[in-house]
Design a protein around this ligand. Structure first.
Ligand code: F6P
Ligand code: MG
Length: 476
């Protein structure tokens, strides 16, 4: 599909992609280098103490240093707008695909960091980083963002306990909810908004947030949601509800975004649909197979999240003030149910949970597509199996900013372009609901009045993460 406008790229120095190449990627790369130095230091200390392991640890350190060098060179090349190197044949997915695209860009001299389309270049960056680790012996399964993801997750305790209590209170209302669809709808709206604002805490954008900032972003409850409502620039909650309430024992798919708090909100939304409504009885979650856009969920993150929630000391030790005994019990109850849904297959991952990062059986799974730069309107051509599978879904929830960019091809659409038009041929394939806080320039399906008002209020509305879009489109 050929869109009638060009994609965003950093040649526009006022756009967010320019700021990303100049400021944000270097910070992310420097963060990986720091992390590797820390890991190497730990191995160094271990090697002094553990003579049996000394050689193996030293080999690991040497490889770690080589990866640091590659990343430092990448950072240097990026800042000087050098040519983007081909992805090496590392045995993992999509290397040829990325390289063919690079060759095509080279024909118009756009195969450099400041000229390539932003969506392509950013996906390429994470795939290239993956190749550095995939080609090593000792760092093959290393996720350079793991400790960062875990760290922010441990800081989300206050909000997580708050939500667990809301879910506990819901239990008491179960019989009322069963007989009163209007009441169910009110809770549905709370859930959808919690899940939407869960996307505000992704780590690639908010690189230096304080604990207070995090808590502010994550706070739930009616007052907070009412206050945030004016920041939802397109609100298809009503349409989404209408659609969901026509389903019976259906399947919902979540194309996941970030690990930690956001994943928790996705699980809770899914739990609500399965436990409290007659509409949904199965949920499929789609993670990323490789470390992706810093904080995206990988299969190990998914498994670890549920384990951590079940571990009574995991969040309680980092939450201040500490949770009450009741709160702890509410979280145990919720986490126990999530775990049971996974065990029983009510919740499933689109990859086997034990799949190592990348490689192997991943080739057979339906998860590879999410780490290509392909706009979703070409899903049917590039991954007909995935497209076929999603066609059987009663609702595909696409979380976050990157999914939104891929839905719309990251094209410079005028903001009044109808949502379905910006989806190209994907429109109508399956019912879809995009929940996105705005962290990139692209925005479509807006109302003229809302647009005018928002422009006047905050000219940075496209990228500062304060505004959001709830976009629903049914199947035709
Ligand atoms: O850096 C590019 C980007 O897509 C931003 O637009 C956004 O801040 C981030 O990466 C990913 O956001 P999300 O986790 O919501 O997809
Ligand atoms: Mg993300």
């Amino acid at each position: 599909f050929q869109a009638p406008f060009p994609p965003y790229d950093p040649t526009d120095e006022l756009g967010f992609s320019y700021e990303t190449v100049v400021k944000r990627w270097p910070v992310i790369l420097a963060g990986i280098v720091d992390q590797l130095h820390r890991e190497n230091h730990t191995f160094h200390v271990q090697a002094q103490e553990d003579h049996a392991q000394k050689q193996a640890l030293e080999n690991k350190i040497t490889e770690g240093k080589a990866i640091i060098e590659k990343i430092s060179k990448l950072k240097y090349d990026m800042a000087r707008d050098h040519v983007m190197e081909p992805i090496p044949a590392d045995g993992e997915l999509h290397a040829d695909f990325y390289n063919t695209e690079l060759e095509a860009l080279a024909k118009s001299s756009r195969n450099t960091w400041f000229k390539a389309p932003w969506l392509y270049a950013e996906c390429y960056l994470y795939r290239l980083l993956r190749s550095y680790f995939a080609q090593s012996t000792h760092w093959r399964n290393f996720d350079p963002f793991h400790s960062q993801k875990l760290d922010v997750f441990t800081k989300s305790g206050t909000s997580i306990y708050g939500i667990a209590t809301i879910m506990h209170e819901l239990e008491a209302e179960r019989s009322v909810l069963e007989s009163d669809p209007e009441k169910l709808k009110v809770f549905f709206q709370e859930m959808i908004q919690m899940c939407l604002w869960g996307n505000a805490t992704d780590l690639s954008l908010l690189t230096h947030m304080s604990l207070v900032d995090i808590e502010k972003l994550q706070s739930v409850g009616k007052d907070m949601q009412a206050a945030r409502k004016e920041f939802i620039m397109r609100d298809d909650q009503e349409k989404a509800w209408k659609h969901i309430s026509t389903i019976k024992d259906g399947r919902v798919d979540f194309v996941l975004d970030n690990a930690g708090f956001e994943l928790f909100t996705d699980l809770v939304f899914a739990d609500f649909l399965v436990t409290y409504t007659p509409y949904v009885s199965k949920v499929v979650f789609h993670p990323k197979l490789i470390p992706w856009f810093v904080s995206d969920v990988t299969p190990p993150d998914f498994e670890e999240t549920i384990k951590s929630l079940l571990d009574p000391s995991f969040l309680s030790s980092t939450t201040s003030p500490p949770p009450s005994a009741d709160q702890q019990q509410h979280l145990q109850q919720l986490a126990g149910r999530l775990k049971r849904y996974v065990t029983e297959g009510v919740f499933s991952l689109s990859v086997p949970i034990e799949t190592p990062l990348g490689g192997g059986s991943a080739l057979e799974s339906l998860a590879g597509f999410w780490t290509t730069p392909v706009p979703y309107w070409d899903m049917k051509t590039y991954d007909p199996k995935l497209w076929d599978s999603l066609k059987d879904s009663d609702l595909v929830v696409l979380k976050g900013d990157l999914n939104y960019r891929k839905l719309t091809g990251d094209i410079q659409w005028p903001p009044l372009t109808p949502f379905d038009e910006a989806l190209g041929p994907l429109a109508g394939s399956f019912p879809l609901l995009s929940l996105r806080t705005n962290k990139a320039d692209v925005a479509v399906g807006l109302d003229e009045e809302v647009l005018k008002k928002t422009e006047a209020k905050d000219p940075k509305w496209r990228v500062n993460g304060k505004f959001a879009l709830i976009s629903f489109l049914g199947k035709t």
